[in-house]
Ligand binder design. Sequence first.
Ligand SMILES: NC(=O)c1ccc[n+]([C@@H]2O[C@H](COP(=O)([O-])OP(=O)(O)OC[C@H]3O[C@@H](n4cnc5c(N)ncnc54)[C@H](OP(=O)(O)O)[C@@H]3O)[C@@H](O)[C@H]2O)c1
Length: 221
Amino acid sequence: MKIGVLGAGRMAEALVPGWVRAGHEVLIGGRTPAKAEDLAQRVGAKAGTLREAAEFGDAVLLAVLLAGLEETLVAAGGPEGALAGKTIIDCGNAVDLSDFSQITFHGGTSMAEEVARLAPGAHVVKAFNQAHGDVWKKRPLSFDGRPFTVPIAGDEGGKAAARALINDLGAEALDAGDLTQARHLEAMAIIVIRLLFSGYDPMSVFTFTGRGATGQPDSSR
Ligand SMILES: NC(=O)c1ccc[n+]([C@@H]2O[C@H](COP(=O)([O-])OP(=O)(O)OC[C@H]3O[C@@H](n4cnc5c(N)ncnc54)[C@H](OP(=O)(O)O)[C@@H]3O)[C@@H](O)[C@H]2O)c1
């Protein structure tokens, strides 16, 4: 698959190497060209502008802070339809990072729903917003023998691509519903972020795991 990445920060750095290893072609677009170029070189991807990343990807990872959301999607051509028909996987959280006690939802909605507004026609799926980026370095990516699980919420038209890209990282998707459920996934992430900033080990916070071979919850735990 061709994957465009909007953002050249920590989450792009956490997720792209696994996709490159799985054989996907990745183009990283950044607001700051030197950062995108540097990251692309380190992870085996190409670099370009935000618009080039939007046009390149069949699937597009959006990995930016809330403060940069509108600026990024406008530069990528979202409002003009450059992302129409593509899957956008949004890993962001509607959090004001200047104050960890404050949750900033846009009028009761989520970052992912804002993405859908700013990129009409795109298939938006919320994913990867819960776990700290360092979790993606774990090998194997399992806990007590069970696969790491990534909750997703969004447009049905984007879920197959999102599932495939989650599987390619050695994890499993857990379907949490339609795009409105992104509000709840982003709210859960507020708790994760607070725990991480109070010193918890990234591996220990909300470590979602698969149900194991029986498919039943294990009542012995
Ligand atoms: N880090 C994690 O462990 C983690 C885990 C799960 C979810 N998330 C979420 O994923 C998203 C990306 O996080 P990250 O850790 O990758 O962030 P980051 O390292 O700070 O990178 C943010 C990216 O957003 C870009 N950006 C564009 N406009 C911006 C603006 N006006 N203000 C600030 N940044 C702007 C930055 O551009 P420049 O390169 O030009 O600065 C950078 O490429 C966030 O919404 C975060 O909540 C993060």
